[in-house]
Design a protein around this ligand. Structure first.
Ligand SMILES: NC(=O)c1ccc[n+]([C@@H]2O[C@H](COP(=O)([O-])OP(=O)(O)OC[C@H]3O[C@@H](n4cnc5c(N)ncnc54)[C@H](OP(=O)(O)O)[C@@H]3O)[C@@H](O)[C@H]2O)c1
Length: 125
């Protein structure tokens, strides 16, 4: 899948909800990759953690879709909840900067076998 943005726009028009998962992949699978420095910069600008930026980005890029994540650590779970209670929205500039960095990532856009659209960070938008 070369470009996901038209699919997101189509789904929004049709009322199809996109769920994001694997959102923290840049932190846990691709540490040191192209998304890292951009997310770190946005985190500094927002006074947020990197995982909060990634979860917020996924929520905004899916036009408010649910973001699936998990943690075995209470402090991280609290951090994740704060994404939706305390962290302000990323600006268009910040959103686009992460998307541009994501184009360099090996993580693909995927459509699941049961035809529900699922997504992950670093979509080639
Ligand atoms: N990824 C998929 O392909 C996929 C597909 C279908 C369903 N799911 C399900 O969706 C749920 C979420 O999975 P996901 O893959 O989407 O998870 P994710 O949000 O990309 O990553 C969650 C993992 O990140 C770690 N983590 C959380 N905060 C962190 C931080 N600040 N720094 C470093 N690591 C951090 C957690 O480990 P700690 O416990 O150490 O915090 C947890 O193991 C799971 O129940 C999974 O089974 C995933």
């Amino acid at each position: 899948m070369a470009r996901a943005k038209p699919i997101i726009e189509f789904c929004s028009l049709k009322g199809i909800i996109i769920q994001a998962y694997g959102t923290l992949a840049p932190l846990i699978h691709y540490a040191g990759g192209p998304v890292d420095p951009v997310v770190q910069k946005v985190a500094r600008e927002l006074g947020a953690t990197e995982s909060q930026v990634l979860l917020k980005w996924a929520h905004q890029v899916t036009n408010g879709g649910p973001v699936v994540t998990t943690s075995s650590k209470e402090e991280r779970l609290m951090e994740h909840i704060q994404v939706f209670t305390e962290i302000k929205d990323l600006s268009d500039v910040q959103m686009n900067a992460i998307a541009e960095a994501g184009k360099q990532s090996p993580q693909p856009f995927r459509v699941s076998r049961d035809s529900r659209l699922v997504a992950s960070l670093a979509w080639p938008l």
